[in-house]
Design a binder for this molecule. Structure first.
Ligand code: AMP
Ligand code: MG
Length: 269
């Protein structure tokens, strides 16, 4: 699986309609082999995460963005679920509270960035401040437009201070979203996930497209890249995200700490 094919090159225009939401033709695997691969990836992430936690060698920030039903929750569960809760934190960014709104928009985000040894998963993120805020006109354009620059600088700062940042846009089709929303209406176990507001957002599909495309183009950087993940097939989505996460974690130089002074080789009575 060549993960580079999904990466957005900094500054290159993104046309989401031209990017498949299902597995691309060049992918030679199938669902069965991908499921086995996903189990291995999930175990590998758990191992690497344990090492990260023990060594404190870096901080890791994973950003998940996508429209309603694109699979942010289930990616979190399926890709990271084998890891230890001691070293993984999930931050769900909802509509800002009154207090959060009274601060500048990166305030609540900064507070949840990971410390050494931890993986933070942002389930939605500061990117909502250039997506829903733009589409729903919650701030004037001159204000949200400046945020592209702030965000690139903010992530630069995180990376300079020892954070590995990987960002995934979960790319679903209009029809797949229809099906998934319908399931939420029909299936009693999924009712809780359905909000009438999701239909209002769905009606703004084209505006979200434009907002996502510009955001991906302007904020995918060498230090904090975006990946556009075909997400109509959950197993393929997991394969792409899992592979990218393993590759990011394997890139961290993890050196096991030395024993505390004077404790090497001692016998415990
Ligand atoms: P969900 O992901 O289904 O739990 O929904 C969370 C909701 O919070 C979505 O409708 C987001 O658009 C909204 N949201 C998240 N961050 C912001 C933000 N910064 N400003 C406004 N709405 C937001
Ligand atoms: Mg929702």
């Amino acid at each position: 699986m060549d993960i580079e094919r999904f990466r957005v090159r900094p500054g290159s225009p993104v046309d989401l309609d031209a990017i498949p939401t299902r597995m691309p033709a060049w992918f030679k695997g199938d669902k069965e082999s991908a499921k086995l691969a996903n189990e291995r990836l999930s175990q590998r992430i758990a191992e690497l995460q344990t090492e990260l936690h023990a060594t404190g060698a870096a901080k890791v920030l994973i950003v998940l963005q996508g429209l309603d039903t694109s699979g942010k929750d289930s990616t979190t569960r399926r890709v990271f679920g084998a890891g230890s809760p001691l070293g993984i934190r999930v931050a769900n960014f909802k509509r800002p509270s009154e207090n959060e709104l009274a601060h500048e928009y990166l305030w609540r985000v900064s507070a949840l960035t990971p410390p050494d040894g931890e993986i933070a998963i942002f389930n939605r993120s500061h990117y909502e401040d250039v997506l829903v805020v733009r589409v729903d006109e919650l701030a004037p354009e001159e204000r949200w437009r400046r945020r592209f620059g702030h965000i690139v600088d903010f992530e630069r700062r995180l990376v300079d201070e020892g954070t590995v940042v990987r960002k995934f846009y979960l790319h679903i089709s209009h029809d797949e979203q229809r099906q998934r929303l319908q399931d939420r209406v029909d299936d009693p176990q999924k009712h809780w996930k359905f909000e009438p507001a999701d239909l209002i957002a769905r009606a703004k599909w084209d505006q979200y497209r434009v907002a996502y495309e510009e955001m991906l183009c302007l904020t995918s950087t060498e230090h904090a890249p975006w990946y556009v993940v075909p997400a109509d097939q959950k197993w393929f989505r997991d394969l792409v995200v899992g592979t990218a996460v393993v590759s990011a974690l394997e890139g961290i130089d993890m050196v096991w700490p030395q024993p505390a002074k004077g404790t090497a080789g001692i016998t415990i009575d």
